[in-house]
Design a protein around this ligand. Structure first.
Ligand code: SF4
Length: 156
């Protein structure tokens, strides 16, 4: 079972959403220069569906739930978010993956947003136009719309 280290409400990770971000441990990606190496070990509290539902109930006012990590078990991420969708149909769901490509075996209908891409120091974070990472909005027809530009400051 996946585990998580911490939970916090964030505003910048998904545009226009009040997001409950859950940091999943056991990250297998091992990006050079990772700023979150405490997430590499398989430690923390169990991320069972009922525990996840309780976290949602404890954070009234959120509009989105985002699993930060979980690349060791993408199908597990998909199933957890499917359970969230069933219990909280108005809540948006998101996944921050460190993979470069969408993994096989996940059901896109379980996601409203997916971030893909490992941390690459020379490319910078999502809010830099040079970033290698991409945030996609999953459309009703299953298309993945690249909305990464929403992180970039508008210049006149
Ligand atoms: S995916 Fe995130 S937590 Fe995992 S190694 Fe890369 S930067 Fe670190």
């Amino acid at each position: 079972m996946m585990k998580y280290a911490d939970v916090k409400e964030v505003f910048a990770e998904i545009p226009d959403e009040i997001t409950l971000a859950i940091s999943v441990t056991g990250c297998p990606v091992r990006c050079p220069g990772c700023h979150s190496q405490y997430l590499w070990a398989d430690t923390g509290q169990d991320l069972a569906p009922d525990a996840l539902a309780q976290l949602v109930r404890d954070h009234r006012g959120i509009t989105c739930l985002c699993l930060m990590g979980g690349d060791q078990d993408p199908q597990g991420v998909s199933q957890l978010l499917q359970a969230v969708r069933t219990q909280f149909p108005r809540l948006h769901t998101a996944w921050y993956s460190g993979r470069g490509e969408l993994p096989h075996g996940i059901i896109l209908a379980n996601f409203d947003y997916i971030k893909l891409g490992p941390w690459q120091e020379e490319c910078g974070p999502l809010n830099q136009p040079t970033t290698n990472q991409r945030l996609y909005r999953i459309q009703a027809d299953g298309q993945m719309l690249d909305i990464t530009h929403r992180f970039w400051k508008k210049t006149l």
